[in-house]
Design a protein around this ligand. Sequence first.
Ligand code: NAD
Length: 268
Amino acid sequence: MSYGLLKGKKGIIFGALDANSIAWKAAEKCHEEGAEFILTNAPVALRMGELNGLAEKTGSEVVGADATSMEDLSNLFDRAIEKFGKIDFVLHSIGMSINVRKGKHYTDMDYNFLTKGWDISAVSFHKVMKTAWDKDAMKEWGSILALTYIAAQRTFPDYNDMADNKAYLESITRSFGYFWGKEKNVRVNTISQSPTPTTAGQGVKGFGGFMKFADEMSPLGNATAEDCANYIVAMFSDLTKKVTMQNLYNDGGYNNTGVSEKVAERFI
Ligand SMILES: NC(=O)c1ccc[n+]([C@@H]2O[C@H](COP(=O)([O-])OP(=O)(O)OC[C@H]3O[C@@H](n4cnc5c(N)ncnc54)[C@H](O)[C@@H]3O)[C@@H](O)[C@H]2O)c1
């Protein structure tokens, strides 16, 4: 069902890789709700070719950009401004740890991998916002969002250096969010999503186990990628204008649950 919540709104969506991606579902929902946007991903992801199908379905243009490259981001925002004028929303749905990918244990961290993953997963959010800031690309009462995970607050041993990257990402959200609010009337938030079976999610060792555990711990069960897409629409809509500098849990209540009966029963 469409409510037309994003009618007339324009934006940029980073990070749709395939139909499982959270950004993919978000793009579909934003389109259903009346938004127009540019879809972007790293050149290596574009070579997979899947994004073209989403672009066709949503009437969007695809512009490649490595989110760690200031030059790519500058070109991307120039194109968005040329096409739309100032924009209303940005979704940063990007994450990658080379240490996770290469199976390096947290206690045996490769620091070159760490630096690269930190740049992709956390600093890129600052780079995206700085590019938008320098170009004065955001409309007043616009909304900037990134996706995060509760490993920034609690220890999940196999989440590795992504936990630290997410903590940094959430801190950037508050720090830059202050200036966006004060000087531009733009809000900046993160959504902390349940474990979700995507390429990035499934790269984490033992993912199936902790996805099931989270589901049994959460009074409402895990939030799906589609649930997340709906929340993203709400955060881009005019119904959430004064929400900023927040880490917003979309996790079925997991973050506030000490233990559920379902999980406890296993130990009786
Ligand atoms: N899947 C989960 O369990 C889960 C839970 C909480 C938060 N998140 C977060 O959601 C976001 C989206 O991930 P997802 O689960 O949809 O997985 P995904 O693998 O579909 O998306 C990750 C995206 O990051 C992109 N990316 C990687 N390096 C990039 C670069 N240098 N420049 C631009 N883009 C780059 C990838 O191409 C991909 O599209 C990430 O921030 C992730 O950490 C995921």
